[in-house]
Design a protein around this ligand. Structure first.
Ligand code: ZN
Length: 256
């Protein structure tokens, strides 16, 4: 790896992430939360994310030997994107959707997308469909909420307080990234009787790691080729119903 990444080039990415991508991400997450996502929001945000990735590829090439295709293929592993376990090629799909948006349809002869086309079918900008404030990726054998399953988890990797050229180098190498912190209950709970009620409430209404929703999760209606989607609750592996229940009744005793 070349440690002497040009400061100006690193600063371009820093500024792009902090001044364009993150504000746009904040806005997109609000639209997601309020079910107000329209097609133009999804395509704009998709383009903003893809541009950041293009620039990361440009810097990665300078730092090493990555080619665009190989680098983007590694993204899903390198950034260990939280949630969205049913789609293992989110970054490539993001890239393909951006490309099909720009070029009317993907060129089938391009080896870069051939396997994606085989998997999903002909990708065009009609592959995304808007319904009830959500934007779905909808193809004959696939259907899922593109905003929640693809854009949301990719956006979060950029939210990791990048400030310096060194941060950018670490980020491009995948050593630093934002995360939803799914599964990190040790930092949330003290595992003492006084937090038993909170733990019970969280366990009864867990967030879905695939789509980020709570009781409104509709992952079970998604289609992934022969697989039906399902909710993927972020529940604490240490949660033991009876123990927590008895701690809750214990708390009541003390409050008398
Ligand atoms: Zn879900």
């Amino acid at each position: 790896m070349n440690e002497t990444l040009n400061d100006d080039e690193a600063k371009y990415l820093l500024s792009y992430i902090n001044d364009v991508l993150l504000p746009s991400s904040k806005e997109f997450m609000e639209l997601l939360t309020n079910n107000q996502v329209m097609l133009h929001h999804a395509f704009s945000f998709n383009a903003i994310l893809t541009h950041a990735i293009d620039y990361m590829v440009f810097l990665a090439k300078k730092m090493g030997t990555a080619t665009r295709t190989s680098y983007i293929k590694e993204f899903d592993e390198k950034y260990n994107v939280s949630g969205a376990i049913h789609i293992s090629n989110k970054f490539r799909l993001l890239d393909a959707i951006n490309n099909s948006f720009k070029h009317v349809e993907l060129d089938n002869s391009q080896s870069r997308y051939r396997d994606l086309i085989e998997k999903y079918g002909e990708l065009t900008f009609h592959s995304l469909k808007s319904m009830n404030g959500k934007v779905y990726f909808e193809m004959p054998t696939y259907k899922f909420d593109y905003g929640r399953v693809v854009l949301r988890p990719i956006a979060i990797i950029f939210d990791c307080n990048l400030k310096s050229t060194k941060d950018i180098v670490d980020f491009i190498n995948g050593d630093r990234k934002g995360s939803f912190c799914y599964g990190s209950f040790d930092t949330v709970y003290e595992y003492e009787p006084w937090d038993a009620i909170d733990r019970m409430i969280d366990n009864c209404n867990p967030q879905c790691m695939n789509c980020g929703e709570y009781q409104n999760c509709e992952c079970s209606s998604y289609k992934y080729a022969s697989m039906k989607g399902k909710s993927d609750p972020d529940t604490d592996p240490k949660f033991a119903f009876n123990d927590v229940m008895s701690q809750i009744s214990g708390t009541r005793e003390w409050n008398r």
